[in-house]
Write a protein of this length. Structure first.
Length: 321
């Protein structure tokens, strides 16, 4: 009876129930859980200790880290699984946790890849997949508006290659990534390139920490195939795009390489160009025809612009008159 009461007390708290839901999907260290839940390490460590003492979680040490997962057996684990079975699958809080957990797993897989380990500072996915990076970057530059690029946002900046390429023409340049490790590498890369004025922030591409119409150019280079909900990512990118601004996407065309998807934790094996065009149109943007760039895997370049609102055009016409 004492074991059952301890388990019930352990899971009867919102944060601990969220931890149970994550622990049912795999094992996590405290640092991972801090990033997923956005809570402090001491607070989460206390919750994890209570769950472990109640037999709900198992602990396993690996080097300096301790990993936690939902226990396989025992009354505590059984009660936790029974409680989870009664939580709606579409609960917004748990759904957001699952999304961040998948994004973090993709970041971990990326950082564990052989190409990253060989040269972390120079790593980017175009080169890791042996794609014609120079030709793809040249096509991107040719497709962008000539002259100054205004305010630039690079979503999923990784080690900062897009910022290195485009920031010299930008009024201001910001990169976001979920991985602190990647942001540290990006800072080193940009500093070495004399681009220390670029702003780097840890943020989720599903919830950009910027007001509407903040940027004139938004880029997503080899990022969309990591997203749980690509259409929502594009809608969020469109939200922060100013009128007449440009959204540029570099991503894979559909391919059948399942081993690649597993190795780098991609959520999608590329995208058909009409599907991306439909998502862009649904986000209120005007997409151009996609440009196919051949290589070991075909890459698509998508460019879309945000139109000036009709009320603004009417006001401009009155001023001209």
């Amino acid at each position: 009876m004492d074991q059952i009461i301890a388990a019930l007390r352990a899971i009867a708290e919102p944060t601990r129930l969220r931890l149970v839901a994550l622990g049912a999907e795999g094992e996590w260290c405290v640092t991972d859980l801090v990033e997923i839940l956005g809570q402090s390490q001491p607070r989460l460590s206390r919750h994890l200790r209570l769950l472990a003492e109640a037999g709900v979680f198992e602990r396993a040490r690996e080097g300096p880290n301790v990993f936690f997962r939902l226990a396989d057996t025992g009354p505590g684990a059984a009660l936790a699984r029974a409680a989870l079975a009664r939580v709606p699958e579409d609960d917004p809080l748990l759904a957001a946790d699952r999304h961040r957990a998948r994004s973090l797993r993709a970041v971990r897989a990326r950082a564990a890849s052989a190409a990253f380990q060989a040269n972390p500072v120079a790593w980017d996915e175009l080169r890791a997949l042996d794609l014609p990076a120079a030709a793809i970057e040249a096509a991107l530059l040719a497709a962008l508006p000539p002259g100054p690029l205004g305010r630039l946002l690079d979503i999923g900046t990784g080690t900062g290659r897009m910022l290195e390429l485009l920031a010299p023409r930008a009024e201001g340049a910001t990169g976001i990534d979920l991985s602190r490790e990647m942001l540290a590498l990006a800072r080193a890369r940009l500093s070495a390139s004399g681009l220390g004025r670029c702003t780097l922030r840890q943020a989720d591409m599903m919830r950009l920490p910027f007001p509407p119409a903040s940027f004139d150019l938004v880029t997503l280079a080899m990022v969309l195939h990591y997203a749980d909900e690509p259409a929502e990512v594009l809608a969020e990118a469109a939200r922060v795009l100013a009128p007449q601004g440009t959204l540029a996407i570099v991503d894979l065309a559909p391919h059948g390489d399942d081993a690649l998807v597993r190795r780098l934790a991609h959520r999608w094996p590329g995208f058909p160009a009409p599907q991306v065009a439909a998502w862009l149109a649904g986000a209120g943007l005007a997409p151009r025809p996609a440009v196919a760039l051949p290589g070991p895997l075909t890459v698509h370049l998508h460019i879309a612009t945000r139109a000036v609102p009709a009320t603004s055009r009417a006001g401009a016409a009155r001023i001209d008159a």
